[in-house]
Ligand binder design. Structure first.
Ligand code: SIN
Length: 484
C-alpha cells in the first residue's frame, strides 16, 4: 500500500474537509524528483476567517473541558501518530526529502511532544498568595490564552506542529495551523488523526496556501490571541510587527548559527560522531545544526582527518533509498545559497577538503549537494556568520579557550551551541559563558520534549518543551477576594 492511497489533501475547518472557495489548488512536489505528489487548496482570507470563527467557537467549551480529559485526547493523537508512523514518515519523505529513517525519527519526536503536553495538562497549578489585609485572599490561576495561530516551517513538517498544538490544546486553547506551503501534507495527515482521536470540531483547523494572505487575517482578527511561529528571523521580525497591532502573545523560534567547539581534551571519537550527526541531519537544514566549527590546535589535524573520513562515508540520495544519510535540499534556492557560501569561502582562501559541489544523480532532480568540509574558515566568510542551511561544515583553528568562546558568541543568533571537553570545570565554565538558549555539552542531539527548547537574541524567544511550554499558552490571572 502506498502513502498516496486515500491521501487527504484538503483544508480542515470546523471539523470539515473543505476546498478553497476559489477551487484553486497548488502543487506539492517531491524535492528529490520534482514529481507532483498532490495538490492542496490555495485558501485565502475568507477561509482563514472561517477557521478563526470555528476555533473561537470551540474555545470556551474546550477550555471548560477537564484538563485530564483534554490531556487524554492529546495523548490519543500522539498514539495514533505512532500507530501510523510508517505512513506519516513516507508522506514526510515525499514532500520534504529527508531520509525515511529520519522521517520515522521525526514522527516519534513529534508524538513525544503530544505525550509530554498531555501529562502537563492536569498540572496547570495555580497558587495562593498571602494578602496584605486580613479580610482578603489572593488566588492565582492559569487560563488558556484562547485562539492560537500556529505557523510552521518545512524542515520539520510534523514535529514543529505537535510541539505547538500539543501544549496549546492541553492548556485549553484552540488552533488555526498554517503549515509551510512546501510541506502541507504532514500537517493535513495530523489533522485527520486529530479527528480520529476525538478532538472536538473547531479545536484544530488547518488552512493551506499563500503565507501572507493567510497570516493577515490572523493578525487583524482580534480574536486570535497568540502566534507561535518557527521560521526565519526576517519573517519572524515581520510577523512581530504585524502582531503588534492586536498585541498578540508570541513564541518565536527563529534562525540559528550554531557554533561547535572541540577542545584539545575532547573524546575525539564522540566529538567526530557528534559533529557528523549534528551537521548533516536533515541535510543541514535544521535551525540547531552546527554551522561553524572551532577546533583547538592540539587536536586540529587529527580531528580534521577523522571528520573528513566520516563525511566521505555519508551516502547521498533519495530519502526512500536504503542506507541514505543525506537527502536533497528543499529547492533550487537552497542549492544556490549553499554553493554561494562554498564559493565565497574558497574565494577568501579556505580549502575544500571534501565535497564542495552539487551531485548529479541519475533520474533525480539537481538538488543534491555533496557533504562538504571546509578547512580554514575566517570570520569574514559568509559561512562564518550566515545560516548556510545545507550540508557544509566550515572549520577554524583556535589556541585559547576564550578565543573560541568569543567567536562563538560573536553572532546575532543565540539558539543552539555545542562543545566537547573531558574536563568538568571547563565544561561548566564554557556552558555558562555561551550566550545561547541551548548548550550541548558533549551532546550533539539536545532536542527533547522534556527540555525548554528556544533561543535568545535574533533566534527569538519563548520556550517549547518541558514544564515551561505551558506558560506559552496560558495567561496568569489573579483574583483578589474580599471576604464578606
Ligand atoms: C529546528 O530546526 O528548529 C528544530 C530542530 C529540533 O527540534 O531539533
Amino acid at each position: 500500500m502506498s502513502f498516496k492511497d486515500n491521501l487527504k489533501s484538503d483544508n480542515l475547518i470546523n471539523g470539515e474537509w473543505v476546498e478553497a472557495d476559489s477551487g484553486e489548488r497548488v502543487d506539492v512536489t517531491d524535492p528529490a524528483t520534482d514529481e507532483v505528489i498532490a495538490t492542496i487548496p490555495d485558501a485565502g482570507a475568507a477561509e482563514t476567517k472561517r477557521a478563526i470563527d470555528a476555533a473561537h467557537e470551540a474555545w470556551t467549551p474546550w477550555a471548560a473541558t477537564p484538563a485530564a480529559e483534554r490531556g487524554k485526547l492529546v495523548r490519543k493523537l500522539g498514539e495514533l501518530m505512532l500507530r501510523d508512523a510508517d505512513r506519516l514518515a513516507a508522506i514526510m519523505t515525499a514532500e520534504q526529502g529527508k531520509p525515511l529513517s529520519e522521517a520515522r525519527g521525526e514522527i516519534n519526536y513529534a508524538a513525544s511532544f503530544l505525550e509530554w503536553a498531555a501529562g502537563e495538562a492536569p498540572r496547570m497549578y495555580g497558587e495562593t498568595i498571602p494578602a496584605n489585609s486580613a479580610d482578603k485572599r489572593i488566588l492565582v490561576m492559569r487560563q488558556p490564552v484562547g485562539v492560537c495561530a500556529i505557523i510552521t516551517p518545512w524542515n520539520f513538517p510534523a514535529a514543529m506542529i505537535t510541539r505547538k498544538i500539543g501544549p496549546a490544546l492541553a492548556a485549553g486553547c484552540t488552533v488555526v495551523v498554517k503549515p509551510a506551503e512546501l510541506t502541507p501534507l504532514s500537517a493535513i495527515a495530523i489533522g485527520e488523526l486529530a479527528i480520529e482521536a476525538g478532538l472536538p470540531k473547531g479545536t484544530v483547523n488547518i488552512v493551506t496556501g499563500d503565507s501572507k494572505t493567510i497570516s493577515k487575517p490572523m493578525f487583524e482578527d482580534g480574536r486570535v490571541r497568540k502566534l507561535s511561529f518557527t521560521g526565519s528571523t526576517p519573517v519572524g521580525q515581520l510577523l512581530m510587527k504585524q502582531a503588534s497591532e492586536n498585541l498578540l502573545r508570541l513564541s518565536m523560534e527563529l534562525g540559528g548559527h550554531a557554533p561547535f567547539i572541540v577542545f584539545d581534551d575532547a573524546d575525539l571519537e564522540r566529538a567526530v560522531a557528534g559533529a557528523v550527526a549534528c551537521k548533516f541531519r536533515n541535510a543541514g537544514q535544521t535551525c540547531i545544526c552546527a554551522n561553524r566549527f572551532y577546533v583547538q590546535s592540539g587536536i586540529y589535524d587529527t580531528f580534521m582527518d577523522r571528520f573528513a573520513k566520516a563525511i566521505g562515508k555519508l551516502k547521498v540520495g533519495r530519502g526512500t533509498q536504503e542506507g541514505v544519510n543525506v537527502g536533497p535540499l528543499i529547492n533550487d534556492k537552497a542549492i544556490e545559497k549553499v554553493q554561494e557560501h562554498v564559493d565565497d569561502a574558497k574565494g577568501k582562501g579556505a580549502s575544500i577538503k571534501v565535497g564542495g559541489e552539487m551531485i548529479k544523480l541519475d533520474g533525480l532532480a539537481n538538488r543534491f549537494y555533496a557533504p562538504t568540509l571546509i578547512d580554514g574558515m575566517t570570520p569574514d566568510m559568509k559561512c562564518a556568520s550566515e545560516e548556510t542551511f545545507g550540508p557544509v561544515a566550515p572549520v577554524a583553528r583556535f589556541e585559547k579557550d576564550q578565543e573560541a568562546i568569543d567567536a562563538a558568541n560573536n553572532s546575532p543568533y543565540g539558539l543552539a551551541s555545542y562543545f566537547y571537553t573531558s574536563d568538568a570545570t571547563r565544561l561548566m565554565k564554557t556552558a555558562e559563558a555561551l550566550y545561547y538558549g541551548i548548550v550541548g555539552a558533549n551532546d550533539a542531539a539536545p532536542s527533547t520534549a522534556q527540555a525548554p527548547f528556544g533561543g535568545v537574541k535574533h533566534s527569538g524567544f519563548g520556550r517549547e518543551g518541558g514544564k515551561y511550554v505551558m506558560d506559552e499558552y496560558t495567561n496568569v490571572k489573579y483574583v483578589s477576594w474580599g471576604l464578606v
